[in-house]
Write a protein that binds this ligand. Sequence first.
Ligand SMILES: Cc1ncc(COP(=O)(O)O)c(C=O)c1O
Length: 381
Amino acid sequence: MKNNKLVMIPGPTPVARSIQDQMGRETVSFKDPQFVQDFKELVADLKNLWETKGECFVIAGTGTLAMEIAIANTTKSGDNVLIISQGFFGDRFIDLCQRRGLNVDVLSSQWGDVVSEKELETKLSEKKYAVVTATHVDTSTGVRAPIEEYGQIIKQFEDTLFVVDGVCATAAEPEYIDEMNIDVLLTGSQKAFGVAPGLAIVWAGPRALERRRSFGTIPDSYCDFEKWLPIMHDPMKYYGTPAVNLIWALKESVRIIQEEGLKNRYARHRKEAEALQAGLETIGFSILAKPGYRAATLSNVVYPEGIDDVTFRKYLAEEGIVVADGIGATNGKLFRLGHMGNIDKHVLVSTLAAIERALYRCGYPVEFGKSVGTFSKMLFE
Ligand SMILES: Cc1ncc(COP(=O)(O)O)c(C=O)c1O
């Protein structure tokens, strides 16, 4: 008998049955009164849950589109932008901003580490920036940036807006938009929301909306807040066809989040990630991200000496778990394990057990059950 394959990459994450059912519904007109009502409720719930006095946009597209939207509405050609980068996705803002004629400065950390608050403060004192970007969790490193602390610093610099990429964080890592001085938070549907890929979700606080209004007409149309705002207020209106079934799927995801409680969801992710990471460390792996800055959403798991990446991931897939390879310089040295969204402890225990079996098949000395034991024990600590 063949094993079921669990997709434990850092997105798309496993999609719960009730969310899949929404995607499988008969597609209706986007002017269907019930759909319009559902869309309206979804936008209102997203605004309330993430605690902003601003607006929320749900638009067909991926996380990268959400990044474009954030920058298109908060900058104009010739502006200075400071990019805080903890890896590959932080760096993605560089090209995206340069193509828009922005003057880009970058604060980078070693992969696995973070840019310090001091470095940020110094840089902001040297030059006036229209926008600072940061990636809450960089998927290439598994590092969680100190967003709240960055926000406190940026707050001291009037007219500098704070854009946060939450693609690998939102709905799993704490994010309180207004309280954390975030002006734009952006994410996608396929990670901690546990929906299939295809929706860009963007929250814009009052200062970001004001910045956009101050520009008049901008070169972008699909990315323009002003084009979408009437639809987010009244989805009976039209600009671009809404992704009807994905919107229903996201609504079901938000219902699941409300049932769990967003704060409980944050606590679950944190507790299980720490237990999982400790379990992996007891069987010879190490975690790339420094303690204190490890994401609750994914782990970048460094191989012990002598383990071949391709062979390990092949055996692991045969044992029923699909993980992702390392990006850039980490390729071959680690695998990336997603552990976010609507997954439970059964899935995590199965994942650890399969990792032990794959390690054993690689000829590495394994005490079966060791990582699982550590994981279960830590859930009670
Ligand atoms: C942190 C981060 N930002 C942005 C993106 C880009 O999102 P997408 O692939 O949905 O365009 C990703 C994708 O994995 C990501 O992890």
